[in-house]
Design a protein around this ligand. Structure first.
Ligand SMILES: Cc1cn([C@H]2C[C@H](O)[C@@H](COP(=O)(O)OP(=O)(O)O[C@H]3O[C@@H](C)C(=O)[C@@H](O)[C@H]3O)O2)c(=O)[nH]c1=O
Length: 187
């Protein structure tokens, strides 16, 4: 599965707009297959809040379908599939409440985001339940990953947990590779 960006159609009228944010048949046609079991929402007060890079290890690995409800984020997916030709590479996209873009991140990828505005909220579907024992992460600023974050200069706002995450070098991938290359596909 590639990382897929999708921008659901909005039906505008004098009241505002309407949009289908998940429609199984249409999303499946775009390569997004999700047996979603949990919906998550997070709110970050200051701009420059960074959450990541997070994932759950097998047997609780999660695919995610992420969108922004308020504000804007820089959303990042890192290929952590052992054996993948793009292992350790990342793709990123801006997700905004204004446009409603969504990012589909397959299981086997790490996920993180930086808020680009104060009072930013994101929502994401996941296809496996939260499993604290399988909760894992890699440092957002790992030199080998080399993710470029659009930070204005100041250090990001991090949780204590995220400030202590291990490096990519220390990480041994528990994920297998499904044989497909890493790409950001617009659907
Ligand atoms: C992720 C998660 C957390 N929690 C709890 C645990 C903890 O007390 C509190 C905050 O958890 P965290 O610090 O891990 O929250 P956060 O840093 O927002 O973690 C999230 O980051 C983004 C980037 C992701 O991709 C998510 O999968 C998730 O890892 O919420 C749940 O109850 N269910 C969940 O599914």
């Amino acid at each position: 599965m590639p990382v897929v960006r999708i921008v659901p159609k909005r039906f505008e009228d004098p009241r505002g707009w309407f949009s289908e944010t998940w429609q199984r048949d249409r999303f499946e046609a775009a390569g997004i297959r999700g047996e979603w079991v949990q919906d998550n929402q997070s709110y970050s007060r200051p701009a420059g809040t960074l959450r990541g890079i997070h994932f759950q290890t097998p047997p609780h690995a999660q695919a995610k379908l992420v969108r922004c409800l308020r504000g804007r984020v820089w959303d990042v997916a890192v290929d952590l599939r052992a054996g993948s030709p793009t292992y350790g590479q990342w793709v990123a996209a801006e997700l905004s409440a204004a446009r409603g873009e969504q990012l589909y991140i397959p299981a086997g990828f790490g996920h993180g985001f930086l808020t680009l505005e104060p009072e930013t909220e994101i929502a994401y579907k996941v296809d496996a339940f939260y499993a604290p024992d399988c909760d894992a992460g890699i440092a957002w600023n790992d030199p080998d990953l080399g993710i470029s974050w659009p930070l204005p200069g100041a250090a990001p706002e991090l949780s204590d947990k995220d400030a202590r995450l291990p490096s990519f070098k220390e990480f041994v991938s528990p994920f297998g590779y499904d044989g497909r290359p890493l790409e950001l596909v617009d659907a």
